[in-house]
Ligand binder design. Sequence first.
Ligand SMILES: [Zn+2]
Length: 252
Amino acid sequence: MKYKSEISPTAYCADVAGKIAREADTGSSRRGFLQVTAGGALAGLVAAAGIEFSAPRAVLAQSKLSPDAALQDLMDGNKRFASGRMTAFEQDLAILKQNTVEKQEPFASVLSCADSRVPVELVFDQTIGHIFVNRVAGNILTPEIIGSIEYGAAVLGTKVILVMGHGSCGAVKAAIYGKEVPGQISSLFPHIQPAVDQAGHDLEAAIRANAKIQAALLRESSPVISGLLKDGKVKVVAAYYDIGNGNVTLLE
Ligand SMILES: [Zn+2]
């Protein structure tokens, strides 16, 4: 995508994010959270006896899913994950025997943190070829990440884009306290700062605000995504992953 010539892409993103944070503090009044959970314990995951298998779904997952149906598919997968009834492992073996080398049609795109406790395909009980995963510490929207998500949506045809923060996010925590860090770690902070400005030192609130701000930034800063949104071809949704119980909650 093209940016105004005098400012760097990073500065542009941070600037737009700040604007969005100032203008769109939706607060708790708009938290029509869709609580998608059966309250299952993660411990159940490792108990093979508790895992149910179903018939493998299509390798090319996208088919004719609407954005709403694609989102539902993700959330259904999270329900299976959180309640220890995953099916994706069974499909992996079937899919490896088929030829997916030439083509991919992921139905969803997820922007998540690089945190090792957020294994995206597992969290949504999805297998090879289903999710176009973009990961960076703090699940922030850099120009490269925007480009990657645009590729997923415009070229591969993802129907839903989930921007997902998670509990105890170290990147957000570091941005809140702004301590000195080595190398280029601090380059993450300006992207997260608008959420910190909004939520202060409340880590959980900042994590949720950050996911919402990055989602809003994606909707507004990418002509490709906003065009697809306008045509009803894609949905952009902010979400929160609870690393304690495995549940994903939609934030808007
Ligand atoms: Zn994180």
